[in-house]
Design a protein around this ligand. Structure first.
Ligand code: ADP
Ligand code: MG
Length: 238
C-alpha cells in the first residue's frame, strides 16, 4: 500500500511535449479513474508511473519515495492491460506465478499466493487450464490474478475491460470493485467509459490534451463540472 504523488510531471517525445505538467496526490488505498479522449496522454502518464516510460521533467513518488530512477520491478507496481498477454504454453497457475518465480520467491510460497488469488477471483477450478481454454472474462481475471499475487503497492489498469463485450464488462466492473474493497490497494484506472469511472472511482481525473481539466469525486464532477469539456465528458447537465 502506498500513496502516489505526481509533481509537475512532463513527457516529451523529441521536441513534442504530450504531458504538460501534471500534479496530483493520490492517497494510500484510493481508487482513481483517469479519463479523457483518445490521445490525451492517459497511457503515457500511467506508463511513467509504472516506470515503462522515462519522465522528461518532474517527479513521481510512491509511498513517499521518488521513483524516477527505479525500474518497474523496484517500484512494486502491477499493471493490467487490455491485451491480457498471458503465456499460451503455460497453465493459469503458471501464468499467475511466473513473475514471482522470476523474483526468486520459493515454490511453496508461490503456490500459496496463487491459491489465495485464485480464491479471490473464483479461478480455483481453472488453475490447470491453458489460456486457449478460457473465455475472455476468465483470461482477464487471470491477468488480474497475476497482478494480485505480487501484492503490489499500486495497481495500474489501462482500459482492462475494453476488449470485453458489454455484459461481461459490467460483471468485471463489479469484480474489480469487490477486489478493491478486499485488498484496498491504491489504484489508477484508465478508461474512456464514463460509467466505469463513475461506479469504480473514489475520485476521477479528467485529462485533456496532456493537462488535467478537473479532479473530483464522481458526484463533484457531475454536479459542478469545471467547464464544458468536463460536463460533456461526464455527461452532466451543465
Ligand atoms: P491515450 O492513452 O490517452 O489514448 P497516449 O498516452 O497513448 O494517449 O498518447 C498521448 C500522446 O502521445 C498522443 O498524441 C500520442 O500520439 C503521443 N505518443 C504516445 N507514444 C508516443 C511515442 N512513442 N512517440 C511519439 N508520440 C507518442
Ligand atoms: Mg491509451
Amino acid at each position: 500500500m502506498a500513496s502516489v504523488e505526481l509533481r509537475d510531471v512532463r513527457k516529451a517525445y523529441g521536441a513534442l511535449e504530450v504531458i504538460h505538467g501534471v500534479s496530483l496526490s493520490i492517497a494510500d488505498g484510493e481508487f482513481i479513474a483517469l479519463v479523457g479522449p483518445s490521445g490525451c496522454g492517459k497511457s503515457t502518464l500511467l506508463r511513467m508511473i509504472a516506470g515503462l516510460e522515462d519522465i522528461s521533467h518532474g517527479e513521481v513518488a510512491i509511498g513517499g519515495t521518488v521513483v524516477n530512477a527505479l525500474t518497474p520491478r523496484e517500484r512494486n507496481i502491477a499493471m493490467v492491460f487490455q491485451s491480457y498477454a498471458l503465456y499460451p504454453h503455460m497453465t493459469v497457475a503458471e501464468n499467475m506465478g511466473f513473475n514471482l518465480k522470476l523474483s526468486g520467491v520459493p515454490k511453496p510460497e508461490i503456490r500459496t499466493r496463487v491459491a489465495e488469488a485464485a480464491r479471490m477471483l473464483a479461478l480455483e477450478e481453472l488453475l490447470e487450464r491453458k489460456p486457449s481454454q478460457l473465455s475472455g472474462g476468465q483470461r482477464q481475471r487471470v491477468a488480474m490474478g497475476r497482478a494480485i499475487v505480487r501484492d503490489p503497492a499500486v495497481f495500474l489498469f489501462d482500459e482492462p475491460l475494453s476488449n470485453l463485450d458489454a455484459k461481461l464488462r459490467v460483471a468485471m466492473r463489479t469484480e474489480i470493485k469487490t477486489l478493491h474493497q478486499k485488498v484496498a490497494t491504491t489504484s489508477v484506472y484508465v478508461t474512456h467509459d464514463q460509467i466505469e469511472a463513475m461506479t469504480l472511482a473514489d475520485r476521477i481525473v479528467v485529462l485533456n490534451g496532456g493537462r488535467i481539466e478537473q479532479v473530483g469525486t464522481p458526484l463533484d464532477l457531475y454536479r459542478m463540472p469545471a467547464n464544458l469539456f468536463v460536463a460533456g465528458f461526464i455527461g452532466s447537465p451543465a
